[in-house]
Structure formats: structure tokens, C-alpha cells
Design a protein around this ligand. Structure first.
Ligand code: SAM
Length: 185
């Protein structure tokens, strides 16, 4: 079912998404380590100001690539500033999407979705689009915040992902968050 989105995290709140306290609570390297390897092609949708993007880029290295996608140019601009002139500038491709279409080409080993699925207006078309860019054997990592997403809503997102051709491969223990790893069914 499609519904218009009124809950997009505003650029003005990006400071709350990238700071030292969050890094301590949600260490990106630790969260990413089980899923990211050198040379991977990673798609990150809803990258925000890049809390995970920079670590993803370091972890995939020069032989890999991170395509970081967000609805808001203001978020992408912050990443652009953070990587300008750095070693990882070449590993990161920034892409502004529309509300209901990611619009990237290529195929990916990992799709990383952190605190974004609940902001999407049309999860059905979103997961279908992801299936079309996920490599065979590729994985989708999805994590949602408990204060915005009830257990029932999270399960509903997984059901929609299932209808799009994905299956739950793992349920990482990320209390109090809700997390799942998806693969092509
Ligand atoms: C709560 S923030 C999380 C940002 C980042 N993943 C993190 O954990 O720091 C959600 C992000 O998703 C983006 N977003 C919302 N709706 C989107 C859509 N339809 N397509 C792509 N990105 C979207 C917002 O602009 C925002 O940057």
C-alpha cells in the first residue's frame, strides 16, 4: 500500500545522527564488520549525513564502491564535505533519489538500510527495486528504531520484503532496535 510520507528526518537534525555519543552507542565499524568485506559494492539507502557511509567506504577500500543515496541533497552535501580531498573520495558515489524510486544502476553485494525503512512511502516498490539491484548471494541489512517502529510494523515490513522475493536470513540481536538480514528467496 502506498501512503504519502510525512516523517522524513529533516537536514536540520543531522547533528543528532552523527556525533560522538552515537558513535559510542552504535559503533559503525562493529555493526558493519560481519557484513562488509574489501572489494564489495555496497548500496546505502537513506545515508543521511554519512554516519555509516565513511566507514563503509574505508572498509570496502579502493577495490570496492559505496553508492550512498538519500532523498535530501542537504544530507548528501554533508557527506561531500566530509570526504572532500580524502582517500575515500573516489570510493563513494552520491545519488539523490526521489521519494518512491532509488534510481541506481549496477548490482550490489550489500544493501545497507539503517533507520530509513519507516520513512518510506511505498515499501512494496522499494523492496522490489532492491531485489532488482541485489546480486545473487547478496544481502540486505535493515535496522529500525523501536521508538518509531513497533514490533508489528517491523514484521509488516518483513512481510512486504517477502512478497518482493526476499527471505529473512538472520535476526541480529540489536536490542532495543529491530534488525534483520535479508537475502533473495
Ligand atoms: C533517520 S535518517 C537515518 C540516516 C542514516 N541512515 C543514519 O542512520 O545515520 C533517515 C534518512 O533517510 C532519508 N530518506 C527518507 N525517505 C527517503 C526515501 N524515500 N528515499 C531515500 N532516502 C530517504 C532521509 O532524508 C534521512 O537522511
Amino acid at each position: 500500500m502506498t501512503s504519502r510520507n510525512t516523517h522524513v528526518c529533516p537536514v536540520q537534525l543531522s547533528g543528532s545522527l552523527d556525533n560522538r555519543i552515537r558513535k559510542w552507542l552504535q559503533n559503525p565499524q562493529k555493526i558493519l564488520a560481519p557484513y562488509v568485506r574489501e572489494g564489495m559494492d555496497v548500496l546505502e539507502v537513506g545515508c543521511g549525513p554519512g554516519f555509516f557511509t565513511l566507514d563503509l567506504a574505508w572498509m570496502v577500500g579502493n577495490s570496492g564502491k559505496v553508492v550512498a543515496v538519500d532523498l535530501q541533497e542537504g544530507m548528501l552535501e554533508q557527506i561531500r564535505e566530509k570526504i572532500r580531498g580524502s582517500e575515500i573520495e573516489q570510493n563513494v558515489e552520491l545519488h539523490q533519489c526521489t521519494e518512491d524510486r532509488i534510481g541506481v544502476s549496477g548490482s550490489f553485494d550489500l544493501v545497507f538500510l539503517f533507520y530509513v525503512v519507516h520513512e518510506l512511502p511505498d515499501k512494496e516498490s522499494f523492496f522490489s527495486e532492491l531485489v532488482s539491484v541485489l546480486k545473487d548471494g547478496g544481502r540486505i541489512y535493515m535496522e529500525e528504531p523501536p521508538f518509531h517502529v513497533s514490533k508489528r510494523e517491523f514484521e509488516e515490513s518483513l512481510r512486504i520484503a517477502g512478497d518482493a522475493g526476499l527471505r529473512v536470513a538472520d535476526r541480529p540481536g540489536r536490542f532495543p532496535d529491530r534488525a534483520a538480514v535479508l537475502e533473495k528467496a
